[in-house]
Design a protein around this ligand. Structure first.
Ligand SMILES: *Cc1c(COP(=O)(O)O)cnc(C)c1O
Length: 379
């Protein structure tokens, strides 16, 4: 079955009692037992909820995975993945990660004895070189937030396999429509469903997908034990949104390409970050593992002052955290999404004070081009 068809049908058979065409919102915390010890397979809402199960089935299929576990946020999903490991375990991460992931690793999990190394995973050999005997996980984003750095999933998966470590890929930026890391040998895929998967800036959620039964059992145990579960209504909204993921991603992708072509030679932009760049040094990797470039473009406007003028003069793009919604958003990572990354590290990896991240929505691209054109004229 193709992506668009799966998005609409998997986990979403008409409801058995009434034939309702959409999965109902099962707004119940608990379920009756017919007699002591006999239930219909449902006991308590934290442990299992039919609306959530439908979403899990659906998202697993979109990532070409067998199992999936939904959480109340992307961070809760990442927290559960990290909970698999023990004090003394070593984890290799991309040096540019979502700021919240960096904060979770550095400020919370190091306290519990996990050891992190942040390396530029765009160069797969860096991963090989950083391996230790106690390395248990490689955790990458590709493309990364906000610099859109690309890592070769297949090459890193091979390295992990040879060292008996897991590879986890944060696939939030492309959504399962444009990239399926499990197909290239990753063991775990995580999404902040808050972003493209839900796509309407109206829920917070996360999901983990895997083909590994042992990992899945652990994640289900953490989901139930820790209890960071999404509400039935949020699961329902996400299911509804997923039905249009393919057409939304297609438009995000086309719009971003138009904007990139408009911006790429602009003299006021010191550097532009976009995976669709024809001369991208990792062109072959991009063509191998991605079916589209997504809707994010980051631009370096040299100074905080220019970044501020640009953001303040946009009229359609709204200044806001987050990304991946139907509405175009703009953010200044240094003062918004990546404040938890220390300034020297930020500057070292390229998250400068002049950097601005555009999340291109699905409005008409001519209006969006007009908007960035006007804002740049004020810089
Ligand atoms: C937003 C984001 C997260 C965190 O997800 P929440 O749903 O906000 O908890 C993780 N990874 C990436 C790449 C993100 O953009």
């Amino acid at each position: 079955m193709k992506f668009e068809t799966k998005a609409i049908h998997i986990g979403q058979e008409p409801e058995s009692l009434t034939g309702a065409i959409t999965v109902p919102i099962f707004q119940a915390s608990t379920y009756s037992n017919e007699s002591l010890g006999i239930s219909k397979g449902y006991d308590y809402g934290r442990t299992i909820n039919p609306t959530r199960s439908a979403l899990e089935k659906n998202l697993a299929s979109l990532e070409n995975g067998t199992y999936s576990t939904c959480f109340s946020s992307g961070m809760a999903a990442i927290h559960s993945i990290l909970s698999i490991f023990r004090p003394g375990d070593h984890i290799i991460c991309s040096s540019n990660l979502y700021g919240g992931s960096y904060r979770l690793f550095e400020n919370i999990f190091t306290k519990y004895g996990l050891i992190f190394d942040f390396v530029n995973t765009s160069i797969a050999e860096n991963v090989e070189k950083t391996f230790r005997t106690n390395t248990k996980l490689v955790y990458i984003e590709t493309p990364t937030n906000p610099l859109l750095e690309i890592s070769d999933i297949e090459a890193i998966a091979k390295i992990c396999f040879s060292h008996k470590a897991y590879l986890c890929v944060d696939n939030t930026f492309l959504s399962p429509y444009f990239q399926n890391p499990l197909d290239f040998g990753a063991d775990i895929v995580i999404h902040s469903t808050t972003k493209y998967i839900n796509g309407h800036c109206d829920i917070i959620g996360g999901v983990v997908v895997t083909n590994n039964e042992v990992i899945d059992e652990k994640l289900k145990f953490f989901q139930n034990s820790i209890g960071a579960v999404p509400s039935p209504f949020d699961c329902w909204l996400t299911l509804r949104s997923v039905k249009t993921l393919a057409i939304r991603m297609t438009t995000h992708n086309n719009n971003a390409l138009h904007i990139y072509n408009f911006l790429k030679n602009n003299k006021k932009i010191k550097k532009i970050y976009y995976p669709g760049d024809k001369d991208h040094p990792l062109r072959t990797v991009i063509e191998k593992q991605m079916r589209g470039y997504g809707g994010i473009i980051s631009i370096d406007l040299s100074s905080k002052e220019s970044a501020k003028l640009f953001c303040n003069n946009l009229r359609i793009f709204t200044i806001a955290e987050s990304l991946g919604g139907v509405e175009s958003l703009v953010c200044h990572p240094a003062t918004m999404t990546h404040t938890s990354v220390p300034e020297d590290i930020r500057n070292k990896i390229g998250i400068t004070d002049g950097l601005v991240r555009l999340s291109v929505g699905i409005e008409h691209y001519e209006d969006l081009i007009g908007d960035v054109d006007y804002a740049l004229s004020k810089v």
